[in-house]
Design a protein around this ligand. Structure first.
Ligand SMILES: [Zn+2]
Length: 300
């Protein structure tokens, strides 16, 4: 059966149609009418209808990656930065419009599913994938299934505190109401803030990366300290769940040397004499959201 996936972003909405082997048969983008909830539902309905008509199919699954989560208590969208979705029965309204089942998941879950299905995590029994960019989200796929729980927060690694904290590690307030969350240290803005604390220099994360590549010793030191914090944070995941592979996506996944440095450093914290866990870069890059959405139908 064909698999339709839609990635609803703050500025663009993208649709992809995959066959069962993950080959893309169709891909289209439209601007997201982010000002109006009804317009978003109508736009997704029209994109789905158009793709089905173009391919001449009526039998397919449909998954949608959303910038937020669905509250298991209410069935309504929460934590969405496209704010007109908040408090809406998005799944119900889409199912009403399209007259078919619709599966929703957040961007980190879509990354995990995309990479587990035919990316860096393909062939591994369990995959923990994290997007580290402006935020810091994670998702779990075990035996091809996306793991959910009663609170719909499986993989929300970024809102745990940094373990094995040292004096140099900053303790910043997080928007979630806590202090010292991983996200406040490991996201792009977290790297910037921590580097400012260490060096007195305020530079965006990509600039630190670029300077490290060109051999600037201060930037190399900033990244090495970052890698140790990331290693601590992932060592806690390995101790808890021992995933068969860890996949990184988002801006941080392009950092120089990360796939050598972090596995070398996490050995200091993992409760094992040897650590065999591979750390890999996501292979589908910016397409992981829409591709993962397309795999949702098969994974639920
Ligand atoms: Zn937090």
């Amino acid at each position: 059966m064909l698999q339709f996936g839609i990635d609803l972003g703050g500025t663009k909405t993208e649709i992809i149609v995959l066959d069962e082997q993950g080959r893309a048969l169709l891909r289209q983008r439209t601007p997201t009418p982010a000002h109006s909830y009804d317009a978003i539902v109508a736009n997704i309905g029209a994109m789905t209808d158009n793709a089905a008509a173009t391919l001449g199919v009526s039998d397919f699954t449909l998954g949608i990656g959303i910038p937020g989560a669905v509250s298991p208590a209410s069935g309504l969208v929460k934590n969405a930065n496209t704010t007109c979705l908040i408090g809406k029965d998005f799944q119900g309204d889409l199912q009403q419009r399209l007259q078919r089942p619709v599966f929703l998941a957040n961007d980190a879950d879509c990354l995990a599913l995309s990479e587990a299905s035919d990316g860096a995590g393909a062939g591994y029994a369990s995959v923990f994938a994290v997007i580290i960019g402006t935020g810091c989200g994670g998702g779990w796929v075990i035996n091809g299934r996306l793991i959910g729980g009663p609170n719909a927060i499986a993989g929300e690694w970024g809102h745990n505190p940094l373990p094995w904290r040292s004096e140099e590690d900053g303790e910043f307030d997080c928007y979630c109401g806590q202090r010292g969350c991983l996200e406040t240290l490991l996201s792009g803005t977290g790297l910037r803030r921590q580097a400012l604390l260490e060096t007195g220099q305020d530079r965006p994360a990509p600039q630190w990366q670029q300077q490290a590549i060109s051999g600037d010793p201060q930037a190399v030191a900033v990244l090495n300290a970052y890698y140790r914090r990331l290693a601590k944070a992932l060592a806690a995941v390995i101790n808890l769940m021992d995933p068969h592979v860890i996949v990184l996506g988002g801006g941080v996944s392009n950092m120089p040397g990360i796939y050598d440095a972090v596995p070398r450093l996490w050995s200091d914290y993992v409760f094992s004499d040897t650590v065999l866990t591979p750390l890999k870069q996501a292979v589908h890059g910016d397409s992981s959201g829409v591709r993962g959405a397309a795999w949702l139908g098969a994974a639920r």
